[in-house]
Write a protein that binds this ligand. Structure first.
Ligand code: GLV
Ligand code: GLV
Length: 319
């Protein structure tokens, strides 16, 4: 009987798809699993359903054993998995593209509004009992209409953000990507820029690249220095794309207007100083965390395992 190990509690929909097969399915804890329990849990399994807090490297693949056929990541990003090592061992790696695009795009847009309209600061202001009288210059925010949004990485999520901001809020869109996409440029009335030019021009910069060796610290001190003092930086992609220490410095010195971050360089650890800043909005890696999306991610990861263990092609192989 095929054995499946799910490293953390995920929505039941995904777990049940696998259990309904009559397979031997074990599920890790609600909170982050310890390395020892992970190495123990994967022993002898045919499939691992992993989440992004678990590093799935050579040691884990070795602990699982030669019968391991698939690692299905419950995430679109898969930087937690050593894909090259999996390939060497002929283990399929899959992710969950598409189903979380809208949720992450919506979170990104919520961030843009929250930071520009100073929603979190204003909420704290009221709770702290500081609202004594209405003020003509109290908590002034930034205008959004007519401003320029710079999208770094025009994949599914970057495109969804561009489309919504263009359709709904009359914002000019510029983008940077390794590849130009003339079809989308036309569709969303969008213009291509080299990264440095985008950073100099945009009022809002939003990151949507995968984390790779090329994108690690893509936004470093030098790049941050190109941004306008009135500009905001948004990250719902992966923390290490930004040099977080450099970001804290520029925010402290008010060299940019603010930042909204869902992901962090060493999450769940935060760079010292980050939480003391007023001009940031922080969420704990929840951009895809809606009920509907998380169900779909669980089902997609499970269906990839079912496909591979039943001898079919994976539905969402990463490479
Ligand atoms: C979440 O961060 C994901 O990559 O799905
Ligand atoms: C991820 O789904 C992306 O392509 O943006």
């Amino acid at each position: 009987m095929p054995k499946v190990f799910i490293t953390r509690q995920i929505p039941d929909k995904g777990i049940n798809l696998l259990k309904d097969k009559g397979w031997d399915v074990s599920v890790g804890p609600e909170d982050k699993i310890s390395r020892e329990d992970l190495l123990e849990g994967v022993k002898g399994v045919d499939a691992i359903l992993s989440v992004l807090t678990e590093k799935i490297d050579k040691e884990v693949m070795e602990a699982a054993g030669k019968q391991l056929k698939i690692i299905a990541n419950y995430a679109v990003g898969y930087n937690n998995i050593d894909v090259d090592e999996a390939k060497r061992r002929e283990i399929v790696v899959t992710n969950t593209p598409g189903v979380l695009t809208e949720s992450v795009a919506e979170h990104t847009i919520a961030f843009l509004f929250a930071i520009a309209e100073r929603i979190v600061e204003a909420d704290k202001f009221i709770r702290a009992g500081k609202y004594k009288a209405w003020g003509p210059k109290m908590l002034l925010g930034a205008d959004i209409q007519g401003k320029t949004l710079g999208i770094v990485g025009l994949g599914r999520i970057g495109s969804a953000v561009a489309q919504r901001m263009q359709d709904g809020f009359d914002v000019k869109i510029i983008y940077y990507d390794l590849k130009r996409n003339e079809e989308l440029e036309e569709k969303f009335g969008m213009e291509y820029r080299e990264l440095d030019d985008l950073l100099k021009e945009a009022d809002f910069v939003s990151l949507h690249t995968a984390l790779t060796d090329e994108t690690r610290h893509l936004i470093n001190a030098e790049k941050l220095a190109l941004m306008k003092p009135s500009a905001y930086l948004i990250n719902t992609a992966r923390g290490p794309i930004i040099d977080e220490a450099a970001l804290v410095e520029v925010l402290k010195e008010k060299k940019i207007a603010g930042a909204a971050l869902d992901v962090f360089e060493k999450e769940p650890e935060l760079m010292p100083g980050l939480t003391e800043l007023e001009n940031v909005v922080l969420t704990p890696h929840i951009a895809s965390a809606t009920l509907g999306t998380r169900d779909k991610m669980a089902e997609m990861a499970a269906n990839n395992i079912i496909a591979v263990l039943e001898g079919n092609e994976p539905l969402n192989p990463v490479k």
